[in-house]
Design a protein around this ligand. Structure first.
Ligand code: NAP
Length: 280
């Protein structure tokens, strides 16, 4: 039996493949290039080329589980993803672990629509709904930290349960490999709640220079996101940041333990282990 890892070259999928390899479990990576780090097996797969959807099943007829990372920064996900989910089930897939986002309630744009589609299917699933990744400080904010000593958001004084992509990968590993029969919606959060001001202050201490949190209005943040994302997806991002400001992620963090998957890695540990990334 084989686990198909979509997004297997990304932040969560890359760690997941390492965990599967260490556990000696068979898996196949799907990537646009058809390549994965040695010695992993990989096939070409592109969400925007449906003719590639059959490739994994042609390469391995034993695929029974899928880790599904949605097309990145895509607003209208369901028309892209639904045909693949249907194909996978028709090929014998029995469990799908879907990565969405903490605020992606079932039916919500971009993320929750795919969750609702999956929940209507007669298969096992886990929906992993992580909070904001600690690793965003090394992707989204790498330039602004290096060049301007700042991060920016419309989250105001709202608290975030920052999660490490390593913990998300561990949640994926656990839900893909559990012998339990599962149909789960999991809120994936880190071990502590921190505002952007607090995160910037921790990073300042680690780097030995002051990193500021520039508090954007929703309009300013919309302008910033629109430079790299479509207007529709930028609006989703801004709405999620405004919801943070209103205390939504703090509320999720306080949900009953049965709804939560709590990661181990603290934001400060991530900053300390990676401090060279932000060196000027
Ligand atoms: N960052 C956050 O704070 C945060 C929070 C919650 C949820 N999320 C969600 O996490 C997901 C991203 O996961 P990640 O961080 O593990 O991935 P990632 O590091 O952003 O990497 C993206 C992965 O998707 C693959 N990919 C990109 N375009 C593709 C395409 N057209 N067809 C097939 N594969 C494609 C890439 O592989 P190749 O380039 O090799 O093809 C890569 O493996 C997104 O859905 C995001 O919304 C992020």
């Amino acid at each position: 039996m084989t686990i198909l890892v979509l997004g297997g070259t990304g932040k969560t999928g890359g760690v997941l493949t390492k965990l599967l390899h260490e556990a000696g479990l068979p898996f196949l990576v799907a990537s646009r290039s058809g390549k994965a780090p040695e010695p992993y097996k990989a096939v070409t797969f592109d969400w925007f080329d449906p003719s590639t959807f059959e490739n994994p099943f042609k390469a391995d007829s034993n695929i029974d589980k899928v880790y599904l990372v949605l097309p990145v920064a895509q607003y209208d996900t369901l028309p892209v993803v639904a045909p693949f989910i249907d194909l996978a089930i028709s090929k014998g897939v029995k469990r799908i672990v879907l990565l969405t986002a903490l605020q992606g309630e079932p039916g919500s744009p971009a993320f929750g629509v795919v969750q609702s589609y999956l929940e209507a299917k007669d298969i096992e699933y886990a929906v992993l709904r992580p909070s904001w990744f600690s690793q965003n400080f090394a992707s989204l904010f790498i330039k602004s930290i290096r060049e301007n000593d700042e991060v920016f958001s419309a989250t105001g004084e709202g608290k975030i349960p920052w999660i490490s992509s390593e913990d998300v990968a561990q949640a994926a590993f656990d839900t893909l490999t559990t012998p339990e029969s599962i149909r789960k919606d999991l809120l994936v959060v880190g071990p502590e709640l921190l505002t952007y001001d607090e995160a910037a202050s921790i990073l300042s201490n680690v780097l030995g220079r002051t990193i500021k949190h520039k508090k954007h209005t929703p309009e300013e943040q919309m302008k910033a996101f629109s430079q790299v994302l479509t207007p529709e997806f930028s609006q989703v991002m801004v709405d999620m940041e405004v919801a943070v400001a209103q205390g939504l992620e703090e509320k999720y963090f306080k949900e009953p333990a049965s709804r939560l998957y709590v990661g181990k890695h603290r934001l400060e540990d991530y900053f300390k282990a990676n401090r060279d990334i932000w060196t000027k």
